[in-house]
Design a protein around this ligand. Structure first.
Ligand code: ADP
Ligand code: ZN
Ligand code: ZN
Length: 711
């Protein structure tokens, strides 16, 4: 038998699959097996993409795999990984990496080796006598077996093994992430509303093969979408199918994850990057073996190895985190549709603020009312032109009222730090990042100015290095400064800050959210993190500062983003008996998306937005592909982008650019954007052109990043 193997190497030029001869000892190998193979003089991991009777190559030219790992990838996920690679202009190796058991070949081989003393070992009789390292290892093993990785010198351990003093073996030992107490599998005991029942009925019909299988649950904030997801998952399980529930970010959605655990108990596996490598591997295995039938996780969970998949839920489907940043730049929402199609499963995307593409393409299930029938909170738009300071008079009054009544408020400002830039008052010098063309942001508590793109930090300057002046000006306000201002304004109520500075580290976000939840009164201030689906029933005021900041960037999705951010934050307010209100501060409060958001009018916004997109032939009426060329020194990146433009001149697509981008992490950048009607033809054209140019000597030193459906 011949195995066609895709080696997991990063080289773009080496294209598999390559043929390997399977010895009798590897008879169990099939599509999806993960092998260690000799490749270009090294041992690398490879995935079997197919078996064949014979090879084009003569037998003596074929090598044999070294070994097969225990865990294999389900065959349909091999197809999905390869499809994702093609769809997003990446390499097969990168696509397969997405579907591999977590830590395959790395964690397993190293961490799971366990050493113990050989039963009849007599170290004192050893000749030649043992060295200090070997003695230390034996001493450490005196109390029982230990993981090999914890024993220091690997060479010393191996020599003890050779001398028969120590036994090293693979340990099959399962790690389970801490389980919350899970008692009865009962529902929360809620009676579904009429709208929830109607939506669920359509989903169940789809599961039973009746009706459209791609659904959009458009429910206003607080309409009880999670309860519908729970019902849909239960229905899938009853039918012997499994389910994936995608959430924007585990850390930001502890409530949602907890509700799934409460309802389904141990059959829920959670997959995310904050788990240890071993834990992740074991959760993956539980899914692979069918021991867990529901997977909750962020975008990467779309590749979870569940057999008999019946349902993929995409919670908060508008969330930008569903798009992957690095290669392959896949969109989990798009991959979910492909996977569901493969498996005959239902896709259920849910949100209060749908994306135009979902609105247009998916069958809509509407839940226009909050569960308790309470109205959505009134939203006031506050114009900031000519207003000094960060807060509008009306916002101050509203916060003052929250303080007086001992209530809760959420304040959103999508900017971290104290002030967003520093200048010298006498010579107008601006402090910028040495590696990126952006200004440095002041973080006062830490005493640094920092670049939010590359992480560069330096101490806060005391004087201007150009003119010596000690008079420096701070411009703009971020969440750190706002926290201080609010603390004064609402004292003695507590203020909780939620952003990636204040809540860094494992579990920190959850702790901030839990403290705000537990407090009888107070203010939660932070970046877009504060607007993410939280359900705090006693929040009576929501505030968005500088709501139109996003509109000042040239991006065709700016309006969609702004609308979603404002409508989502507004949705956090007024979920309890006291009701609530929302204030949106903006330089241009008349902006279309803000006016629609203030009326909670997603349908109206989307109708106009789709009209505008159609006129400009933007997605969903076309597909965009963005290629960014980057280089250490200025010049070659632009030449590369120009060469790409010339290479694509014959393609059936509109070409925008090349345009220079700001320098990032010490690299000069230029981008070319393709706008095409035929997605797969455009992807193929770009893939071909980039591969050719990236391989040519002329553009050596230039890196190429292809982004299909850039966000
Ligand atoms: P959404 O995700 O649509 O914003 P949630 O699913 O968070 O809404 O639900 C909002 C609140 O309403 C939650 O506290 C939830 O427990 C509650 N809820 C949901 N469905 C019902 C129901 N049928 N009856 C009573 N309360 C409900
Ligand atoms: Zn100066
Ligand atoms: Zn930088």
């Amino acid at each position: 038998m011949i195995a066609k193997v895709e080696p997991l190497t990063t080289a773009r030029a080496l294209r598999g699959p390559f043929d390997y001869r399977l010895p009798a000892s590897l008879a169990g190998v099939g599509k999806g097996s993960v092998l260690v193979v000799p490749f270009a003089g090294r041992r690398v991991l490879g995935v079997v993409t197919a078996l064949a009777e014979r090879s084009e190559l003569p037998p003596e030219k074929l090598a044999e795999p070294i070994e097969a790992l225990e865990a294999s990838v389900p065959p349909e996920l091999v197809d999905l990984g390869l499809w994702t690679a093609r769809e997003y202009c990446s390499t097969p190796a990168r696509g397969l990496q997405l579907v591999l058991p977590p830590g395959a070949g790395r964690v397993r081989a190293k961490r799971r080796l366990v050493a113990e003393l050989a039963p009849d070992a007599d170290p004192d009789a050893a000749r030649p006598p043992l060295g200090p390292r070997q003695r230390a290892i034996l001493a450490a093993l005196a109390d029982g077996p230990r993981p090999a990785a914890e024993l220091g010198s690997h060479a010393a351990l191996r020599s003890l093994e050779r001398r028969g003093l120590v036994v090293v073996r693979h340990a099959e030992q399962r790690r389970r992430p801490a389980q919350r107490a899970v008692g009865a599998h009962a529902a929360d005991g809620l009676e579904l509303t009429g709208a929830q029942r109607a939506a669920l009925a359509e989903i169940v019909a789809a599961l039973d093969g009746r009706g459209e299988r791609r659904l959009l649950l458009h429910g206003v904030t607080g309409s009880g979408k999670t309860e519908v997801y729970l019902g849909a998952v239960a229905a899938a399980l009853e039918r012997g199918r499994s389910a994936i529930v995608l959430v924007p970010e585990i850390a930001l959605t502890p409530q949602t994850v907890a509700r799934f655990r409460r309802r389904f108990g141990d059959t829920v596996a959670v997959l995310h990057s904050k788990l240890g490598a071993g834990e992740r591997h074991d959760e993956w295995l539980r899914l692979r073996r069918g021991e867990a039938r529901v997977c909750v996780g962020p975008r990467s969970a779309v590749f979870a190895p569940l057999p008999d998949l019946g349902l993929i839920v995409i919670d908060e489907e508008h969330d930008p985190s569903y798009k992957q940043d690095g290669d392959p730049r896949y969109d989990a929402r798009h991959v979910a549709e492909r996977r569901a199609e493969q498996a005959g499963a239902v896709v259920l995307a849910g949100t209060a603020t749908p994306r135009p593409e979902s609105w247009q393409r998916l069958r809509r299930l509407e839940m226009p009312q909050r569960v308790d029938g309470r109205a959505l909170p009134p939203v006031e738009l506050a114009g900031m032109a000519g207003v000094a300071g960060a807060l509008h008079e009306r916002t101050r009054e509203a916060l003052e009222e929250v303080r007086r009544r001992g209530e809760k408020a959420i304040v959103l400002l999508n900017r971290r730090g104290w002030s967003n830039f520093l200048t010298c008052r006498s010579c107008a010098r601006v402090w910028t990042c040495p590696s990126c063309d952006v200004s440095l942001v002041l973080h006062r508590a830490e005493g640094v100015v920092a670049c939010h793109h590359c992480g560069h930090r330096e101490p806060v300057p005391q004087a201007c290095p150009d003119c010596g002046s000690v008079s420096l000006a701070r411009h703009g306000a971020g969440t750190e400064r706002l926290e201080h201002e609010l603390a004064e304004l609402v004292a003695p109520l507590p203020v909780f800050r939620l952003d990636s500075d204040a809540a860094a580290g494992r579990g920190a976000i959850g702790r901030v959210l839990a403290r705000f939840d537990a407090a009888p009164a107070g203010v939660l201030v932070g970046t877009q993190m504060v607007a993410k689906g939280h359900d705090f029933p006693d929040v009576t005021l929501g505030v968005v500062l500088d709501a139109d900041a996003t509109l000042r960037f040239p991006d065709f999705r700016a309006e969609e983003r702004t609308f979603a951010l404002v409508a989502q934050l507004a949705g956090r307010s007024g979920r309890g008996p006291r009701g609530g209100r929302v204030i949106v501060q903006a330089l241009q409060p008349g902006a279309r998306c803000l006016r629609h958001a203030a009326r909670h009018d997603a349908a109206g916004f989307l109708a106009e937005e789709l009209e505008r997109r159609a006129l400009l032939a933007y997605p969903p009426f076309s597909h965009l592909i963005r290629v960014v060329c980057a280089c250490e020194e200025p010049g070659p990146e632009l030449a590369a982008a120009e060469a790409l433009r010339d290479a694509l001149a014959g393609a059936d697509a509109e070409l925008l650019g090349p345009a220079p981008l700001f320098r990032l992490k010490g690299r000069e950048r230029a981008q070319l954007v393709l706008k095409a009607r035929d997605r797969s033809a455009a992807v193929a054209a770009v893939r071909g052109a980039v591969e050719r140019l990236a391989g040519s000597r002329e553009h050596r030193g230039v890196s190429w990043a292809v982004d299909v459906d850039p966000q």
